[in-house]
Design a protein around this ligand. Structure first.
Ligand SMILES: Nc1c(NC[C@H](O)[C@H](O)[C@H](O)CO)[nH]c(=O)[nH]c1=O
Ligand SMILES: CC(=O)[C@@H](O)COP(=O)(O)O
Length: 139
């Protein structure tokens, strides 16, 4: 049994609920323990994971968020920098799955968040599980 932390940027409640449900279900189906913390936006997710990791309490992490394109360049910043931050953590050896949706509109987000459709939360959790398995294998 491993212990995972889901770090969710709670920007769109209904979409977040589906993503977190999918991630939680994938982890609990394998018998793992899950905590959830909330941060304001996707840009805070990588920093929150760093802070949580310093506690030594968790074996892996799932980043959950939704970034929907608006009118300005802000979308590129939030989408790109949150992904860059998560990627940097994986390259430091942390088991992190990226479930931050970066979409054009809410309809695209709904299909991807819904556990009964594309289940991107569950997919991110499975990515974290895969990295944790590799870390265990090569440690
Ligand atoms: N526009 C979205 C954001 N923006 C907020 C930033 O992530 C950040 O919280 C703010 O700049 C303060 O540092 N976040 C999302 O998760 N989704 C968005 O669509
Ligand atoms: C992430 C975004 O693009 C969005 O939330 C911000 O919208 P805007 O560019 O219209 O300020």
């Amino acid at each position: 049994m491993a212990k995972f932390l889901i770090v969710e940027a709670r920007f769109y409640d209904h979409l977040n609920d589906m993503l977190v449900a999918g991630a939680r279900a994938a982890l609990e189906a394998e018998g793992h323990k899950v905590d959830v913390i909330t941060v304001p936006g996707a840009l805070e997710i990588p920093g929150a994971i760093v802070l949580a990791d310093q506690s030594g309490q968790y074996d892996g992490y799932v980043a959950i968020g939704v970034v929907i394109r608006g009118e300005t360049y802000h979308f590129e910043i939030v989408a790109g920098e949150s992904a860059r931050g998560v990627m940097a953590l994986t390259m430091d050896g942390l088991a992190v799955g990226n479930g931050i949706l970066t979409v054009e509109d809410e309809a695209q987000a709904l299909v991807r968040a819904d556990p009964a459709q594309k289940d991107k939360g569950g997919e991110a959790a499975k990515a974290a599980l895969a990295l944790l398995a590799l870390r265990t294998k090569y440690a």
